[in-house]
Design a protein around this ligand. Sequence first.
Ligand SMILES: C[S@@+](CC[C@H](N)C(=O)[O-])C[C@H]1O[C@@H](n2cnc3c(N)ncnc32)[C@H](O)[C@@H]1O
Length: 309
Amino acid sequence: MNLKNGCVYTLGCDMGNLPVPRPFLKWAGGKTQLADALLERMPLAFNTYHEPFVGSGALFFRLYRERKIRTDLSPSAILSDLNPELIDTYIAIRDSLKEVISILSEFPHSKEFYYSIREKNPWDLTLPERAARMIYLNKTGYNGLYRVNRQGKFNVPFGRYRNPKYFDPENLTAVSRALQEVEILRASFETVLERAVRGDFVYFDPPYAPLSPTANFTSYYADGFGLSDQERLRDVAIELGKRGVYVMLSNSDTEVIRSLYNLPDFTIHEVLANRAINCNGAKRGPVTELIITNYLAERNFALRSCSMF
Ligand SMILES: C[S@@+](CC[C@H](N)C(=O)[O-])C[C@H]1O[C@@H](n2cnc3c(N)ncnc32)[C@H](O)[C@@H]1O
């Protein structure tokens, strides 16, 4: 039995005894680095929190840690994404935590085991097995990439990590607790229109528009996320605004995104992000990114924000 500070790994422990939840996956475009800038520009108060491109959920976990998620509401948050394995992993951690932890505890760290489990078809496994496989491959595979081939088969090679932390029962326990009142859905972003109501807050973190036509940065998922998707997303953001829903969105600082949101409905904030989004190492380093809101951010960012052209 695992004991930490007198707290057994069950969901009955009180918050004081549990570690705080952090993202349990590495995810391309993860927002840990931008979290401060996002937090500064959020609405001060809101009801249910929606994150329709949840990925590793960096902002959700940060908000939970900062006690900004309304845990008195049910659901307190609605997290969704188009990636079915990702969504099943969240659901398994929420509903079958013990099984996930027990399966992961049996997994050795070896190249041989990595390729044997990578070979398995996730849809032949049980929900907790599928989640354990996803966490293991994500933490031990090359660069924490999620990449599937045309047949939908995960094809990331073994990573060269000395001591990857794929078995982290403390964090998974904290994550499970944070997810208890959370609705988790496999859905495309526009379905948020079926759920969000006045006073709710929606944070959109879509696959970014490429900085240059050659930047291969949008293929999170077999179908990619093209210009027409970015346009649909902008239209969803406008519609949410008409309904009194707070919307915040992050995206790359490109002409395309600036012109899409160059409307009276939106405020465009430029922020510096230290992100390696360019495959050319020489071009890595701070780049500007855009945070777009459909409300005036509560603090005065007038000097730093830029309302376009
Ligand atoms: C930039 S990542 C989100 C990163 C996340 N904010 C984090 O902190 O890890 C974009 C996510 O959008 C998802 N996605 C791609 N197309 C989508 C769609 N049409 N609807 C919903 N999610 C989609 C991908 O599976 C990916 O997880």
